[in-house]
Ligand binder design. Structure first.
Ligand code: GLN
Length: 485
């Protein structure tokens, strides 16, 4: 087996037994990143820092007692602040921004000994479902020419799928970990809101944003989440809840597991081949002894309209700080303060970001606040109740991640609503703040399919167990796209 197809678990064994060094591993992955630069999955490659970190990791490994992930390469979505390294958030606005501090997630993974190779491509300020809103151009899906990798964590998913890195960080506000994971045939986990610190993770919609791991396997997602999760005094929304050991229960039996299938997930909107693929995956669980129960989420159809009021409202406030004064893009020769604001923001933000700032500002303005924003918050509550009610009678909820497999580049850019509908099965979970995973569950015309597993608050260990058991009896997660073997 070549090095780049190995999982974190396998790489850790090789490093700990001295089969190869972190420096060797780091150079091998850096070479692959260069070899496949046409995928456009990276915005920055931090070679010198990576080699220095690998040297340190090797010293720790030789000394013994190094933590499990020591010396393993990875990369961060370019939304996480990395001290001394450009943190662009996929935007021209922050193209010149060198973060002065690390996000807590970055600090945590550094402390776990991981070696960051750079920063990954993404939709501008995480607004998008295809990576096409990135100032740096879209990343490509390694599975099929001219298809999108999904978004907003498209670079993370493409790079892990192409085996340019064994793991990446992502963030998920309405599906941005799960949808690209599904499109690229990898495993993605969006944790419970508050499980992973948002400190230093550039805010899009603060009440929905959550960071999480993107890996080949559920076993690896458990290792990454272990290092990423935990209470952070620097993030007031971070949960004061102990982090369990995510790796110990992976092999629990699924005998009598109760799986809820929301009937609204399998309506007309779902492509037939996708429905068949998900049914096949659910049947696999039946074989393992699980019981299937139909559940209903009557308010699910309101998730997209509610999200597209709440998320823009929050983003319009969060993005106010980008004004050309303290950091980020500043226009040339401003005439006065107003001109500075108008031109700096006008030049720095892309079309989709501007659209959302306008929508959000409108929804929050006097007179429209009650009509739109308050109403959306009420819908959010009803959607949350649909889920909590269903989760009283089942252990997990399953369904598709996306209505179709990866779509073509340019296919949905002309119509924003079309693009928004790509997240129909993921957005409600963020509104409810629940944890959910996407795992590889087959192919349609050579394009990967994702199975979504949704759990109760802080039930990440259960989700990982359910995902891992599926990966013991299937090999979808081990497939590598042609040309990247
Ligand atoms: N595609 C959704 C959006 O454009 C979700 C993005 C995300 O999760 N960051 O807002």
């Amino acid at each position: 087996m070549t090095m780049h197809t190995k999982t974190l678990k396998q790489l850790s064994q090789g490093l700990q037994t001295g089969e190869y060094s972190s420096q060797e591993l780091t150079l091998a992955y850096l070479n692959r990143i260069q070899q496949y630069s046409a995928l456009n999955s990276f915005i920055s490659v931090t070679e010198a820092q990576a080699i220095a970190a690998a040297k340190q990791a090797d010293a720790l490994l030789t000394a013994g007692n190094a933590p499990l992930l020591t010396g393993i390469p990875m990369a961060h979505k370019d939304i996480f602040c990395t001290q001394g390294v450009k943190t662009s958030c996929g935007s021209k606005m922050l193209d010149n921004f060198i973060a002065p501090y690390n996000a807590t997630v970055v600090d945590n993974l550094n402390a776990a000994g991981m070696v960051s190779l750079g920063k990954l491509n993404m939709d501008e300020f995480a607004m998008g479902s295809s990576n096409e809103t990135s100032f740096y151009g879209t990343a490509y899906n390694p599975w099929a020419d001219n298809t999108v990798p999904g978004g907003s964590s498209g670079g993370s998913a493409a790079a892990v799928a192409a085996r340019l890195i064994p793991a990446a960080t992502g963030t998920d506000t309405g599906g941005s970990i799960r949808q690209p994971a599904a499109f690229c045939g990898i495993t993605g986990l969006k944790p419970t809101y508050g499980r992973v610190s948002r400190y230093g993770m550039i805010a899009y919609a603060s009440s929905l944003d959550q960071g999480g791991p993107m890996t080949q396997t559920a076993e690896d997602a458990a290792l990454m989440l272990q290092a990423m999760a935990g209470f952070d005094p620097k993030d007031s929304t971070s949960a004061q809840q102990d982090v369990p050991n995510y790796s110990t229960n992976l092999n629990n039996s699924l005998q009598d597991l109760k799986i809820g299938l929301p009937k609204e997930f399998f309506d007309e909107g779902l492509n037939n081949d996708m429905a068949t693929a998900i049914e096949t995956a659910v049947n696999e669980y039946k074989q393992m002894g699980a019981e299937i129960i139909e559940v209903s989420m009557p308010h699910l159809k309101l998730a997209i309209p509610a999200y597209y009021v709440i998320a823009p409202a929050e983003c319009s406030a969060n993005l106010q700080r980008m004004d050309g004064v303290r950091f980020g893009h500043r226009c040339d020769n401003p005439e006065d303060l107003n001109d500075l604001y108008i031109r700096s923001r006008g030049e720095g933000f892309g079309t989709e970001v501007k659209r959302r700032i306008l929508v959000g500002t409108y929804a929050l303005s006097a007179g429209y606040y009650d009509a739109h924003y308050i109403k959306a918050q009420k819908i959010r509550r009803l959607i949350t109740e649909d889920f909590t009610k269903a989760l009283e009678s089942v252990d997990v909820i399953m369904g598709p991640v996306t209505p179709t497999p990866a779509f073509g580049i340019g296919e949905k850019t002309a119509d924003p609503i079309e693009m928004y509908l790509a997240d129909i099965y993921t957005i409600a979970i963020n509104l409810a703040g629940l944890p959910a995973m996407s795992i590889p569950a087959g192919f349609i015309d050579n394009k990967p399919v994702g199975l979504q597993i949704i759990g109760n608050y802080f039930a990440e260990a259960k989700l990982l167990n359910v995902a891992h058991q599926y990966q013991q009896v299937t090999n979808w997660h081990q497939q590598t796209p042609k040309g990247f073997e």
